[in-house]
Design a binder for this molecule. Sequence first.
Ligand code: SF4
Length: 677
Amino acid sequence: RKPRLCETRPVRTTCPYCGVGCQMDVYVQGGRIRHVRGAEDGHNEGSLCVKGRFALDFTAHPDRLTTPLIRRDGELVPAGWDEALDLVASRLLAVREEHGPQALGFLASARCTNEENYLFQKLARCLGTNNVDHCARLCHASSLVALVRAFGSASATNPMADLDNAEVILVTGSNTTETHPVFSSRIKRLARTKATLVVVDPRAVGLTRHASLWLRPRPGTDIAWINGLMHVILREGLENRAFIGSRTEGFEELRAALGPYTPEYVQSATGIPAVDLERAARLYARAGAATILYCMGITQHTCGTDTVLALANLALLCGQVGRPGAGINPLRGQNNVQGSCDMGGLPGVLPGYGRVDDDAALGRMESLWKTSLSKNPGLTATEMFATPQVRAMYVMGENPAVSDADVSHVQARLAGLDFLVVQDIFLTETARLADVVLPAASALEKDGTFTNTDRRVQRVRAAVPCPGQALPDWRILNLLGPRLGVSMGYDHPGEIMREIALAAPIYGGIDYRRIKREGLVWPCPDAAHPGTPLLHRETFPRGRGRFVPTHAQVPAEMPDADYPFLLSTGRVLEHYHTGTMTRKNEGLNRLVPACQAEIHPEDAKRLQIVSGQQVRVASRRGEITVTALLTDRVAPGMVFIPFHFAEAAANVLTNSAHDAAARIPEFKVCAVRIEPE
Ligand code: SF4
């Protein structure tokens, strides 16, 4: 019998899935999760999506890792903690001894807490390398580069609740209803009641049904339409001259660059009718407050950095930033991808975004950790897989064997390493290639904090015990650190947060005792500071906002006679990332049991494909078999495949060509052919 609510104990925690960071009460009895409810007093106002509400049962799944595993005679076999940790330490030290610290590579985790990411990058850096990165490389690396150049800071400028103050909401490259479901409810409600919603997306994503205006560019043409909006705004004198004069620099260079982007040119380059472009430009520029929400449809391109810069130019041109309802907001995907970046899970920056080659920032970390550190920026994740320099890797809570572009190449690199250690909750496709597997606690089994897409630091609390011998990642790092000569010795994650406050000035005033039900939003520099939900009110971190003109570019691989379809990859509501957790849930598997490729009915008719039929999709890198789903959500000539399914991994097909500045691969455009099975 399922216990009644009154027979259970509630634990307030943060949803372990997406970057919305919904607050939830998890009702526990007998060491198991029995009910889940959205917290009425959380920023999600009691709402949860299907994943948060019904898909926490992965915690009790029989496939959970319960003991360390060591590879012997080609097989992963159970081992004790001491034996496994001693082996990890001795092999990592041996590789460092023989090949130097730059032969080590570390993948931190957007799934893990701030405290765990902090310890993980501390371990890497104290071993002498900045080769530490995580899956932000695959989602918002281009935002990090671009928004730092434009503003001096790369995070969302406004909290989600501030959307209520926007008159116009411009959503581009974000399938918000499926990737940030609870936030999308707010957008839909506002579109029904008081805001004008403009959606720009090549696919008919859910929000297009709620939009006043839907612009449908061809994939990979975003810079052209954004520059086109600005061309119209300048032509009609709708720019915000006071803001440009007092808060920005580089305007004349931008103006000169926008000349060619006439509505007629944009129509031919993108497919967006000139009249719709003009209407969108007027709506955005004339709004008292307009906000831009964007996601990976913008960032996952070889021109991702330039496209985000174009969006920043647009916001600066109209003064649509630094006020309630006005801002530019990259929607962070995973539960703690914001926090993993904040904690320095990146090769070029330390906790709090001090650069590794900045003497003052490096010196602060050296005196805190009492060791000397490398000032050479490390390798990105994409570089770790592209070059043979890295010979041993430590992967905490990530699954690059499914999530990265051109995944067959990544799998071969992982299998060919001198040593691979993976720390995770299940035997993922990456863990199966490891020499040592360390069993970790899930987010429902440990304490700590996550930082959501608002920059809101929220508590994570243990609701149920760890299975078997599994341990929280911070405890594993605590045990491993001394074996590698790195001082740890923490008794509780709250103690780690006190060290984070010393390491990262933006977290300077964050302490567990201060994190109440509404969380605490960084920058929060000292113990008396209330947090900073709205950024750039008076000034930008770099002083003036900087216009950086950018120009339209062609994706690295476009359809041709051999591979005539354009593939774009993404997500569906019911599954999450590489499916490690959601594909353990019976209900979600019933709703979406397998990988489906969205194909336009006209294309299907020509290829004699019917809905539900198995089809082979091939690119220059490999081939997968998936189920055809005929829909006009995609335009003719385009196919969309979600990347959640390891047995039909969309990333077998994707192109590892990447943005030169941010090293993010072009997941949104590559060329494929489709054939019936
Ligand atoms: Fe969890 Fe995101 Fe769904 Fe909220 S919207 S319940 S954070 S998955």
